[in-house]
Design a protein around this ligand. Structure first.
Ligand SMILES: Nc1ncnc2c1ncn2[C@@H]1O[C@H](COP(=O)(O)OP(=O)(O)OP(=O)(O)O)[C@@H](O)[C@H]1O
Ligand SMILES: [Mg+2]
Length: 293
């Protein structure tokens, strides 16, 4: 039950095992390291509506639930705390299990630990206590090459974009594929449709300094999704966008989720959260509570 005063218009619904089974049956995002042979995000038309709910009948769903093995969670945090060196608290005794193929919104005031949570998930920070498993890997001890290989399974939209300043939009997005070992042909096949998807095909040859904040944010999104990774971590991906572009970003993430990707999105925008049916957690001084399950 919600433990805060923030309310969402939709009622709290049942938890997600059904969703877990449903998504676990979708093969393309279940792989691990190289995603070059997976579908491109190109099949998603800009402006397309949110995907329809699963078409399986209730009876079929019940049957598949009894037959399918329970999916391993894509993300599992157990009693995770993060205290930064200067003593500030990033996260406090957080437990969280996200089924493969789920979509989670993370809300909370500035400084509440949203970015810290994502940083812990992609291994940029280590927990002070507790354990974190992502895509079946305990990430606490990952370093060097193993950490780099692990990160290739993730698409990360950074709150501060982290674009390479002396590379064009195309090169910034292509870099993600190149780092995964994709061949030139694969890169070309994915690049143009992904830029079209985020509405930046006409800026392909621009440098980041020639773009608005919102455009840089969409480059960051394109780079995160171009390799169709099994886990997408998006830190305030709509923070600098107008309402229509924000909805478009969420539509893109919804569609990738419908194709099987697990998606975690931090946001301050409660309007966006209200327009969706996805589970929502709130962080408050590092403590997690559920607003909608
Ligand atoms: N590298 C760091 N060193 C020390 N303290 C940090 C560091 N990064 C974050 N913090 C502190 O941890 C707490 C959580 O920060 P975090 O960036 O996770 O918040 P947030 O919810 O993402 O905020 P915002 O909405 O402003 O992006 C804050 O008190 C912050 O000052
Ligand atoms: Mg943040």
């Amino acid at each position: 039950m919600p433990t805060t005063t923030t309310t969402l218009s939709k009622p709290v619904t049942a938890s997600t095992p059904e969703r877990a089974v449903h998504h676990s049956q979708r093969a393309p995002f279940q792989g691990t390291a190289t995603q070059c042979n997976t579908p491109t995000p190109a099949t998603i038309a800009p402006g397309e509506q949110e995907p329809a709910p699963p078409r399986t009948s209730a009876q079929q769903r019940r049957k598949s639930q009894t037959q399918a093995e329970p999916a391993a969670p894509m993300v599992a945090l157990e009693q995770v705390s993060k205290i930064y060196r200067q003593g500030s608290c990033g996260l406090k005794e957080v437990n969280l299990s996200l089924p493969t193929g789920s979509f989670l919104f993370v809300t909370g005031p500035s400084g509440s630990g949203k970015t810290t949570l994502l940083k812990l998930l992609y291994g940029a920070e280590r927990p002070s206590e507790g354990s974190i498993t992502v895509n079946n890997q305990e990430i606490h001890g990952l370093k060097g090459d193993r950490l780099s290989r692990f990160r290739r399974q993730l698409g990360v939209v950074f709150q501060d974009y982290k674009l390479i300043p002396n590379r064009t939009v195309s090169e910034n997005v292509a870099f993600a594929l190149w780092a995964q070992g994709c061949k030139k042909g694969d890169i070309a096949r994915r690049l143009a449709p992904t830029l079209r998807l985020v509405g930046l095909q006409h800026k392909a040859e621009c440098f980041p300094s020639q773009l608005s904040g919102g455009e840089q944010q969409r480059v960051s999104l394109a780079r995160a999704i171009v390799g169709t990774p099994p886990l997408i971590l998006a830190d305030e991906p709509t923070g600098n966008l107008d309402p229509e572009n924000s909805r478009q970003v969420i539509r893109i993430l919804n569609k990738l989720n419908a194709m099987g990707a697990t998606v975690v999105v931090t946001t301050h925008d409660l309007q966006l959260v209200k327009q969706s049916h996805h589970p929502v957690i709130q962080l408050n001084q590092g403590k997690l509570s559920w607003l909608r399950k």
